[in-house]
Design a protein around this ligand. Structure first.
Ligand code: NOJ
Length: 538
């Protein structure tokens, strides 16, 4: 890893604090728990951790509803615990990235409480999007925009006005036309930069600025558009004005020493449109969800890789790669369905279950493919032990607002958020000291416990450790790709390493050369079986 601009080829591990490690035994993970498990990240060999929100919050959207941007929720610890975590990470040469949630606050935020109290026409209401309703008595929402979690994007308050929330009712959208809002977030950036963070993951980065006048929008309101589709940009997403915000933030980051970075969560397509977020004076990285969503076929994967790389090239940025996070079905389960099967709404009791063995085989192959690509790769806690989705969570324990706002039609994201297993044969698999767990863990997760896989040849944990080590050794994160053609293969050379993934139904011969790593067993004759990736010294 180059010391300069560490993020260019970094492997960044997402910690979802509530489900990583619970030191105080209340069933919710916490900062001290994370600190106590940092050596796991050292063992894995990652460069940085990204912490999902740990700020004071009523937790209506698992902390993505922030009530105070400059503190730690007592359920997760204290600012002193945060400082200890940063110090412990630095001792281990791990960088720390924190989540920033600028599109909306919690309804518990003092600004929103002031807005409610101050009433229509007040300056306090200007900080959000309050409007009169339509209809005779204003009983209809101001427009027909829908919430990403289901239902209308507007909620009426007792005095008759409505406020906009693109997500849950408890997450009112801020008005980014207001200089005061911009100023507040610059102060928040500085607050965490002063505490030593190395960067920010920017939530809903494509949503902050809305088209002026909040015009009606009746077309499908997905926050990502199909590649190449002729479309008008929806008035709530990807507005040109967001880029001024990131230019301003970039100046703030650049005024600090070290290589502080920003990565945008922007559900935007096509790739050229996403590239606008990573122009030289804006963010450093943007998540590559087009790659995450690419079906498991050689053609789709190659197109996703090539268009992603081509997309960022004109702006001189690097690509990012990601397969799992806290918003999508874990890739060890997602890939256990036929290509084209949508798991977007989550999986629950009564849904067709994934083929677990197939899913894991493909997930291991997918991870090796991802870790061979130039740029920065994101891992989501638990994937390094091959953790699947919890597909049989009882509906009554679900907490994702999507489940409630969709009137129980969309299961939501709880299945990928279940506390992760560390040790076999102990309460909560070592997640908490007393067996507490905010979501129930399946009864058969002993086999995924990190302690059971450590040092075991062929285990998923061993595969991740080896892959990250070899990625660094061979400079794969900084390389360029030369492609080879082959039916049902993704096949390229990255520097001194040939990377081949077999998407077909029959084994294929490997090119000559030392086999550095394989995601599964090779066939008896040394050929590469279906759904398997090999790295061969080229
Ligand atoms: C994206 C986050 O990843 C997700 O978990 C959250 O629900 C929404 N943004 C709203 O903040």
């Amino acid at each position: 890893m180059s010391q300069l601009e560490w993020w260019r080829d970094a492997v960044i591990y997402q910690v979802y604090p509530r489900s990583f490690a619970d030191a105080d035994g209340n069933g919710l993970g916490d900062l001290r728990g994370i600190t106590s498990r940092l050596d796991h990240l050292v063992e894995l060999g990652v460069d940085a951790l990204w912490l999902s929100p740990f700020y004071p919050s009523p937790q209506h959207d698992a902390g993505y509803d922030v009530a105070d941007y400059r503190d730690v929720d007592p359920r997760f610890g204290t600012l002193a615990d945060f400082d200890d975590l940063v110090a412990a990470a630095k001792d281990r040469d791990l960088r720390v990235v924190v989540d920033l949630v600028p599109n909306h606050t919690s309804w518990d935020h003092e600004w929103f409480q002031e807005a409610l109290a101050a009433g229509p026409g007040s300056a306090a209401r200007e900080r959000y999007h309050f409007r009169k309703g339509l209809g005779v008595d204003g009983e209809l929402p101001p427009n027909s925009w829908q919430s990403v979690f289901g239902g209308p994007a507007w909620t009426r308050v007792p005095d008759g006005e409505w406020y906009l929330h693109l997500f849950d009712t408890s997450q009112p959208d801020l008005n980014w036309d207001l200089p005061e809002v911009r100023k507040m977030f610059e102060d928040v950036l500085r607050f965490w930069l002063d505490r030593g963070v190395d960067g920010f993951r920017v939530d809903v980065a494509h949503g902050l600025v809305k088209e002026s006048g909040l015009p009606e929008w009746t077309e499908a309101q997905v926050p990502i558009t199909s590649p190449g589709a002729e479309h008008r940009i929806p008035p709530m997403w990807d507005q040109d004005g967001v880029h001024d915000v990131y230019r301003q933030w970039r100046q703030v980051l650049d005024s600090y020493d070290g290589d502080r970075m920003m990565v945008g969560e922007a559900w935007v397509a096509p790739a050229e449109r996403l590239a606008r977020y990573v122009r030289p004076d804006e963010m450093h990285q943007a998540f590559n969800f087009n790659y995450l969503m690419a079906p498991w076929t050689a053609q789709d994967q190659r197109i996703a890789i090539e268009t992603s790389l081509a997309g960022v090239e004109p702006v001189g940025a690097i690509c990012t790669w990601v397969l799992s996070n806290h918003d999508v079905v874990r890739h060890a389960s997602r890939l256990g369905f036929p290509p084209g099967y949508s798991t977007q709404g989550g999986i629950g009791i009564g849904d067709p279950p994934p083929d677990e063995a197939l899913g894991l085989r493909r997930a291991r192959a997918a991870t090796m493919l991802m870790l061979s690509l130039p740029g920065s790769a994101y891992l989501y806690q638990g994937e390094e032990v091959g953790l699947p989705e919890h597909t049989t969570l009882p509906d009554e324990v679900r907490q994702d607002p999507t489940w409630f706002r969709s009137k129980h039609e969309v299961r939501g994201r709880d299945g990928c958020r279940v506390p992760i297993p560390w040790e076999p044969g102990v309460a909560a698999y070592g997640f908490s000291p007393n067996g507490q767990s905010w979501l129930p863990q399946p009864g058969d997760w002993d086999r995924f416990a990190a302690d059971r896989q450590r040092g075991v040849p062929g285990s998923t944990l061993t595969l991740y450790i080896e892959a990250i080590r070899l990625r660094r050794k061979h400079g794969l994160g900084g390389g360029t790709l030369t492609w080879f053609d082959g039916d049902d293969l993704v096949d390229f050379r990255n520097g001194g390493v040939r990377v081949i993934t077999n998407f077909g139904a029959v084994p294929v011969p490997l090119p000559p050369g030392e086999v550095l790593l394989v995601s599964g067993d090779l066939a008896a004759d040394g050929s590469l079986p279906p759904d398997t990736t090999a790295w061969v010294r080229a």
